[in-house]
Design a protein around this ligand. Sequence first.
Ligand code: SF4
Length: 353
Amino acid sequence: MSLADRSLRGPVLSSSELEALLGDELPLLELLHQAFVVREHSFGRRVQVHVLDNARNARCPEDCGYCSQSAISDAPLDPYEWKRRSEMLENARAAYDLGAYRYCIVASGRGPTRKQTAALAETVRCIKRELPIQVCVSVGLLDEEKARVLKQAGVDRLNHNLNTTAALYPKICTTHTHADRCATLDAARAVGLEQCSGLIMGMGESNADLVEVALDLRERSVASIPLNFLIPIEGNPVQSDGSLNPERCLRALAMLRLANPGAEVRAAGGREGHLGSLEALSLWPANSLFVGGYLTTLGHDALATYRMIRDAGFEVELPDGKVASWAQLGLDEEFRVLGSERILKPDVATEIP
Ligand code: SF4
């Protein structure tokens, strides 16, 4: 039975089988094909595009070593308090007009107060009243009471990344624990919010660690899994461990897909820098992407991303479930005919006999 069949029909792939996918036993293109078969089964060739809005920047008391907004980072950021409701509504509208499936509100901090949660809930209510866009919220640690307030306001999904394994967690953060993170995901599930939770690669984890997180997320029936590739930001204590290259990143995406056949898998933060010229291959296992950059770093804009999606033979899904036309997304309907371009017709100095 093929890997794709095993992933879709079981018995589920074991830890050692998943770990082997991160080595070089199976050629990369073969692995990507297997991941694609599973991806196609659940999502066809559709790609959901997400836009992040950094609603509160920096001044976080936590010490997550990978984060430029943490209390221990020396990254030169311009801190700001929670954005006004009108600004977030405008940003949500801009995301919707851009063709985004989901608008993701992210705020720095350990977690929101009751008052902040209520204000955020009101903002989400306004957005949902005006726009048929999916809304995700990522605002730190939450208990059930706060998660319920957000759910009742219309939040579709709550993001809270596990980031890495429980054993490695103290190496990247000491102000909260892996168990705290799990408790927030449990709160989301308890109130009926979809869970979005993923990981960051490149912080000293082994293949076994990556698989452990992948299986933990499966166990938790997480709906969406963003795979972030550590962006080495000057001033942050945790810098890239040097393990990331395009092939390793693609193998990890494929492993996540085969371990979690029905989950949305996202080539998330750092895809541009770490996947380089192989970026489009991320669409074989992954079915979603961020556009327009990340919280404190730049990324590819929507147009460049749409072009990549189109050229790779995939399509963009809108919040109403329809597929966007390329013209709607600001691209030509047809591929350019490169044959007519000068660069493909160099001057020939001498005639070939
Ligand atoms: S809690 Fe969030 S914002 Fe604060 S340091 Fe950790 S990752 Fe950064």
